[in-house]
Design a protein around this ligand. Sequence first.
Ligand SMILES: Cc1ncc(COP(=O)(O)O)c(C=O)c1O
Length: 462
Amino acid sequence: MEQKIQLKESDIPRQWYNLAADLPTPPLPPLGPDGNPVTPDMLTPVFPMNLIEQEVSTKRWIDIPEEVLNILYRWRPTPLRRAVNLEKHLKTPARIYYKDESVSPPGSHKPNTAVPQAWYNKQFGIQRLTTETGAGQWGSALAFACKLIGLECKVFMVRISFDQKPFRKLMMQVWGAKCIASPSTETNAGRTILAQMPDTPGSLGIAISEAIEAAVTDPTGKTRYSLGSVLNHVLLHQTIIGLEAKKQLQSVGEKLPDIVIACAGGGSNFAGLAFPFTTDKINGANIEIMPIEPTACPKMTRGPFSYDHGDTACMTPLLPMYSLGHAFVPQPIHAGGLRYHGMAPLVCQGIVEGLFKPKAYKQTKCYESAMTWTQTEGTICAPETSHAIAAVIDEAVKAREEGKKKVILFNYSGHGLMDLVGYDNYLSGKLRDIEMPEDELFKYTKDLEKFPKAPMRKTGQW
Ligand SMILES: Cc1ncc(COP(=O)(O)O)c(C=O)c1O
């Protein structure tokens, strides 16, 4: 039995897969301030045109440039591993496979899009990128990519993570980037929020506002903004994960998985693994596909499907998504990368269609699952990844109870070696569970009623 299923470099996928080509009901368009669909030229102050073209593309396959592949080869193809020790521990007949994205230099799936985004910006003549980061995984991935490709990089890091994870900030600095705690005094958005909430732990929504403002106000016009999740082109770049996994599963005689699981913050690692299998589901395969979120930030399981801004200061277009409201600041749970109020429109349309079934987990259950993982498989996972592991353990136990030999595939989105404070809090009994209170949900989502309605269009097939 193979525990590490490798793919040769020569077998790496050479095209990304675009789910927008195959979704039976395409996502609604993003809307501008006047309520009309956003046109590509409206996005040019923020993104380079070559990435905007990918953002709006409905082509099924998009070539990966050779120069991008040459950088991805440093750690790709990533191994597909079989969690045999966890299987034994759980006494499950399920076969549990996981894509190990923790082997990238920054330690997560994030450089799969950081590298192409930096490359396309460089091709377009851009000199500097700004971005936000929650847990620090995205910020360090973009810092790494910018250094290799020759761009400057400035990262607005959510305050609570900045304080909890000083080594992530140092990683970004070692790769030559500047990292600032958000909200900061460097932008109007940051100053306004600090005046209203001086002790705020910050949020991804706030950090996105700051990073966009810093990009669009650069008088040289040589700065653009880069987003680590949510947008179509980001999800597209991540599909290399699922495309590799498909070849690797086939190489050990597995056809398709029965269950696909990944945690979801803005939806990129989930989409990266799941989208290449979603096309099989659309074509009749019986696959359960589950994005997993924290109960502290339950947009997919409790939020309305609505138009909303992607950031707190309302600088982004209105996106059709499950959202807790752009003003919502989630409690400072340790899975910083899952503290985002919205979700990628492509993932949301899949949920509306019934193709994806989201679930929410409490943080103590996630840490308990992470401990089981570490004490069986040996590696220490990121707090975000522990959400996927909690769901995998539940599904493996269900398979045991039902006596079914299911194939479970999940995304090991990152390692947790920079996230040990969360483990410390768990081990010392300080961690508490957080559920978003009903009155808060009502308060923040009430505000969405002023936006155009987002109709829930579905074929009813799933
Ligand atoms: C390790 C890890 N997994 C998952 C996520 C969630 O992001 P996304 O939903 O874009 O994959 C993050 C975000 O920072 C992360 O660092």
